[in-house]
Design a protein around this ligand. Structure first.
Ligand code: SAH
Length: 264
């Protein structure tokens, strides 16, 4: 298995007419951290113009694999995605560019993945499109949805990179990298009890009908998922607010909610 999923994702250019586009695609790949370029019957390759457009990515052209057919280019791939500038007549499982990036990166951890691009003038044939598992369309201006070939490669390889970075970082909060553990469920319940009491005393909510607001606040804090120290601060703030109310009202404190860590 390749160490980075990006090393297991190849870009296949079918029958490209302009070597400049091959060079531009090579540059896009290298910029996004990909390295495998496969060319199916390029009309002009190698070419000086390809090297010129590749700029600092010329080694990808040296290492490009040139083959005779799409079948050959994707033979050992477990996932093959075709790109298309148009919505086709034959419906096919469709991915958005974002879904395509995510799927490519996830699957590349276990098997080779190919992203297939068509000819500048005619795109991919129906037969070629039907040799692929999914189709992906960049939702460009409907009046002019056909991107330059190298630009389309750039957009889709960018999505692959974003997905790879997300995966590396762990899209959800990773508590081994956080300085405090998440607040415990029981402490969250004590907090909600405390919050409801304090908001009632503030007359922000009707203590007899706290429901809607409390439900929304519960949902807010479920999204935030405070850590134990953040929850302690929130509870301390509620206590300070309550003490202020009691002092202003000149009345004794009502029952303290359980588990309160008063700072006042
Ligand atoms: N006239 C051709 C245009 C091909 S553009 C057609 O209508 O099919 C050349 C290649 O760039 C396409 O085969 C595809 O691989 C890619 N491409 C261009 N625009 C795209 C888009 N909006 N979404 C996905 N791929 C696109």
């Amino acid at each position: 298995m390749a160490e980075s999923p990006l090393n297991n994702i190849r870009v296949v250019l079918v029958n490209s007419a302009h070597p400049g586009n091959i060079g531009g695609a090579a540059r896009a790949l290298k910029n996004m951290g990909l390295s495998q370029l496969v060319l199916v019957q390029p009309r002009e390759f190698p070419a000086a113009n390809a090297i010129w457009r590749a700029a600092g990515a010329a080694e990808l052209l040296d290492n490009a694999i040139v083959v005779d057919s799409l079948q050959e280019a994707v033979a050992n791939c477990g996932l093959v995605v075709a790109t298309s500038a148009r919505e086709r007549r034959i419906p096919w499982p469709l991915l958005t560019p974002r879904q395509c990036g995510e799927k490519a990166v996830v699957e590349a951890a276990t098997h080779p993945v190919a992203l297939v691009f068509g000819r500048e003038d005619r795109g991919l044939t129906n037969e070629e499109l039907q040799a692929c598992n999914f189709h992906v369309h960049i939702p460009a201006n409907a009046d002019y949805s056909s991107l330059n070939l190298a630009t389309a490669v750039q957009v889709l390889t960018y999505e692959v990179r974003v997905a790879a970075l997300e995966l590396e970082r762990g899209s959800a909060l990773n508590y081994t990298e956080w300085d405090r553990p998440p607040a415990k469920a029981a402490d969250m319940e004590l907090y909600f009890e405390h919050l409801q009491q304090a908001l009632g005393e503030l007359e922000f909510i009707d203590p007899n009908k706290p429901r809607q607001t409390m439900t929304r606040l519960r949902r807010l804090f479920s999204r935030v998922r405070p850590d134990d120290m953040e929850l302690g601060i929130l509870r301390g703030m509620l206590t300070a607010i309550q003490n202020h109310i009691y002092r202003a009202g000149g009345q004794g404190r009502p029952d303290k909610p359980s588990g309160s860590n008063s700072r006042g």
